[in-house]
Structure formats: C-alpha cells, structure tokens
Design a binder for this molecule. Structure first.
Ligand code: HEM
Length: 457
C-alpha cells in the first residue's frame, strides 16, 4: 500500500486518495453521470496515463473543438444562405443584425483554425511517443483520415462567406488540382462542380461542409476512440522498461481522469471565447470573379503547397511531392523499425538529439534554399533546351532527395544506434520543412508572390 501511494504521488502529485481506492463506498456526486461516462471510458486507467505531459490533453481538445464547431455551426445555419447572390449578405446579417451573431461566427472560425493546429499537435504527440506501433497502427491511419477530413471541412467552409478572400483562395486551391497528371482537369471540375467557382461550387461545398463531412468525422471519431479503448488506453511505457511493478498501478476514472478532462475543456473554451471576443473572423469585399487580389493566396494550411509551386514544376509541387509525403506519413506504422516501443517521448536520448539536429537542419536549409532559388538558381534558364518538367521538376527534386539522403546518412553515422532514431529524424526534417514553407507562404510573400517582410510595405 505504501509503495502504491508513493508511485501515485510521484506520477500525479495531486490525486486525491479517496476515490482512487477501488471499492470504497463514499458519496459520489457524479453518480448520476457515471453510467454515461463509463460508456466512453473504462472504470480504471493506469496512473501513468493521467500524467498531463503524456497526452497534453490534445485528443480531448479536438473533441471539445469539434463540439464547439457543431454547436456554433448549427446556429449559423439558421441565417446562412448558400447562393452566390445571397451568401455574402446573409453573413453580413449574421454579423450586424443577429444578437451575438458576430460572436457565434467568430467562435466557429477560431474553433476551426484551432482544430487544425491542435489536431496537428496531437499527431506530433502520437508520433513522438511512438504510439503508432502495434496495437495502434490502424488508429494512426484513422487519425490521418480524420486530419484530412478536418482540412477538407475547413476548406469547404472557407468558401461559404463568398467574399474576395474566400472566392480567390478556393479558386487558387482548386486550380492547383489542374496540374495533377492525366486526371487534373476532371479532378478540378469535380472539386468545383463545374468549369469555374460558381453557384454549383458553393452549393456543393455547403452540403459537404454542413452534412457529409461532419457526419463522417463524427463516425470516424467514435471509431478512433473505440480503438484507443481496445488498445488498453493511451500508450504508456511498459512495466519492464520503466523498471516498475509488473502490473501498473491504476486509478479510478471518476473523478481523476474526468476532472482533468473537464479542466482542460474549460480552459480551452475560455481561450476560444477570449480570442473570439477580441478578434473578428475576417470578411472582405463581396466576391468579384473578375478581379483577383494581389497576391492571391490559398487558405493558410495549403500555403506550403502553394510555396512549393514557386520552386518546382507544378507536377512535382502539387502532385508527386505531396503524394509521396502523404503516403509516407500514412505508412509510418508499417515501416520496418528495429524496436517497436510505445510510450517514451522521442524514443531515446539519441532520438531527441537527432530530432533537434533535424529541426536545426531544416531551419537553416529551407530558408536558404528558398532565397537561393529566388536569386541565383535558374535551372530552366541554364538548360533552356530541356523540357520544364525536367529542368524545373526533376533537377530541384533530385537536389532535395540528395540533401535528405545525406542528412539521413549523417544522422545514422553520428547519433543513431537503431533505425528508429533515423526514421524519427527524417520525419522531423520533412515536417519542420513543410511548416517553414507554410510560414514563408503565409507571412513572407507579398505582391506577385515575391518575397516580402510580414506586415511591411
Ligand atoms: C478529430 C481529430 C481527432 C480526435 C478528436 C482525436 C482524439 C483522440 C483521443 C481523445 C485520444 C486519446 C487521448 C489523447 O491522446 O489525447 C486519441 C489517441 C490517438 N490518436 Fe487521435 N484524435 C484525432 C486525430 C488524430 C490524428 C490526426 C492522429 C494521427 C495520425 C491520431 C492518432 C491517434 C492515435 C494513434 C492514438 C492512440 C495514442 C495512444 O494510445 O497513446 N488522432 N485521439
């Protein structure tokens, strides 16, 4: 018992003893909800799983944001009209004539953007704790589908206000699909529901955004949770690795886990409310298909791809590179690893060092490559007789692949003893590079998509 208490204090610090002791018949104020809650959670969870830094509450935050989106979205539906001549005016009505309309729109907007960021952080947490190894492999794939669904939900919602920002961001993004080899034009037409961004696009995006996507996300989320539960909860280091007892000490879910989830949810809701009160969701002039803004940018989460378009031939920028990256990420759990260990942050000390080295490499290489490509490198000019797909596609891609292979080789030589660390470093390098490309596209591109200082003139 004394040993149990010591571990308990060490792991969680603040857990109250009373409810932890299974079978103690004390008064339970949550009794009325116990049945409901225990449909989602098991009766007891390992103490180690309660430690905040194990999950940072990120999966739970995604749930809260999804609920906020569903509730605020339902309210917006009462006034919004999905037709080009009415959509913009209906959003103006929401903002100016409906009581708390602006606030509801802001909550919807900020929850949607936070959801992308938080789901991405959740993905990072799962990856860097190795929580994608057996028995959780397929849940990683479900997670990636969820993340894609979140991006698509955000994208379809982006068009709905029908202002200049929305119209041109969607036109730019669907335009990128045209470069996909062979099926490009058909995919673009399918995404737009016709030859151009128009009433059919708006109605289709609205239907996807308000019915198909949320319903699919909800179903997938339940499946995701069910698989977490089937896997025995979140990944924790196994007893032998942690050098602790064979059977991990457990804590009652109620109130320990549920209380912690409640606190995280309340703090998150407070943050979203505060941001929504201070910052209004953007709304530009009404869409004008004849007047494109300069620069015309895709939504921020696609800016990494738009930035790639400035450096690679479109077939590589919008198709080959993103598809390869996407497939690699989906296959993460199915690659060959020397050790399949879940629950330890960054796998090992060497893994952490390799990850830091990857981050520093990306922070140096990506901006340098962008600037070099802007001012010095000009493959199409140097090899004017070659087709652009080779001079502007194959050549820079070849350079990039050489850089990646050299990086992996150096990491393997210097830090890694098993291939887990090299794989983790490679994942970090690619991810940080993509984030840097996105940041460049969002903040460092001005008129004509030339390089510019953010907020400067
Ligand atoms: C709507 C989006 C998502 C929701 C609501 C969600 C929710 C959750 C929750 C509540 C958990 C358990 C506790 C926690 O980690 O906080 C979890 C675990 C997990 N999630 Fe997600 N998630 C989402 C997206 C993703 C994404 C994008 C990935 C990555 C590809 C992912 C992969 C996983 C995996 C593999 C686990 C098990 C981790 C473990 O056992 O430690 N999820 N998710």
């Amino acid at each position: 018992m004394a040993e149990h208490t010591t571990i308990l204090k060490r792991v969680t610090g603040s857990i109250s003893q009373r409810p932890v002791l299974a079978g103690t018949e004390k008064k339970r104020p949550w009794a009325a909800y116990e049945n409901l809650i225990l449909h989602v959670h098991p009766r007891k969870v390992p103490l180690e799983a309660l430690r905040f830094t194990r999950t940072w509450g990120l999966g739970g935050m995604c749930v809260v944001l999804f609920l906020l989106l569903a509730m605020s979205g339902m309210l917006l539906l009462f006034v919004y009209e999905p037709f080009p001549e009415k959509a913009y005016r209906s959003v103006m009505t929401i903002q100016n004539q409906v009581m708390f309309g602006q606030l509801v729109r802001n909550i919807h907007y900020w929850s949607a953007n936070f959801l992308i960021v938080i789901a991405f952080l959740h993905l990072l947490r799962v990856y860097f704790t190795g929580a994608f190894h057996a028995v959780r492999q397929f849940n990683w794939v479900i997670g990636i589908i969820l993340f894609t669904g979140i991006l698509f939900s955000n994208f379809t919602g982006y068009l709905l206000p029908w202002d200049q920002l929305a119209y041109w961001a969607v036109t730019i993004s669907t335009g990128m699909a045209e470069y996909i080899p062979l099926a490009g034009s058909s995919i673009q037409a399918m995404l737009q529901g016709g030859d151009e961004t128009g009433s059919a696009t708006l109605l289709m995006f609205f239907t996807l955004h308000a019915t198909v996507l949320p319903a699919s996300l909800l179903l997938l989320m339940f499946y995701h949770f069910w698989r977490v539960r089937k896997a025995g909860g979140v990944a924790i280091p196994t007893a032998s690795e942690a050098g602790e007892l064979e059977k991990p000490p457990m804590a009652a879910t109620l109130p320990n886990l549920v209380l912690r989830e409640g606190v995280v949810a309340l703090i998150l809701i407070a943050v979203i409310m505060t941001v929504s009160v201070i910052f209004d969701a953007p709304l530009g002039e009404m869409a004008n298909p004849g007047l494109s803004p300069n620069p015309a940018k895709a939504p921020w989460y696609f800016m990494g791809i738009q930035e790639l378009l400035l450096h690679f031939h479109p077939v590589f920028a919008v198709f080959l590179i993103p598809i390869t990256f996407f497939l690699l990420v989906i296959m993460v759990p199915y690659l060959r690893y020397d050790v399949a260990r879940s629950g330890t942050w960054f796998f090992s000390k060497a893994g952490k060092k390799a990850g830091i080295a990857a981050t520093i490499t990306a922070v140096i290489l990506v901006p340098s490559a962008i600037i070099l490509n802007e001012v010095i490198i000009d493959f199409p000019g140097w090899f004017p007789t070659l087709p652009p797909v080779i001079s502007d596609g194959l050549f820079p891609t070849g350079l990039m692949v050489c850089a990646i292979v050299t990086f992996c080789w150096v990491i393997k030589k210097r830090t890694a003893s098993v291939n887990n660390e090299t794989a983790q470093a490679l994942f970090t390098l690619i991810l940080v590079s993509f984030v840097l490309l996105t940041i460049t596209g969002v903040w460092f591109r001005g008129e004509g998509m030339g390089l510019a200082w953010p907020f400067g003139h």
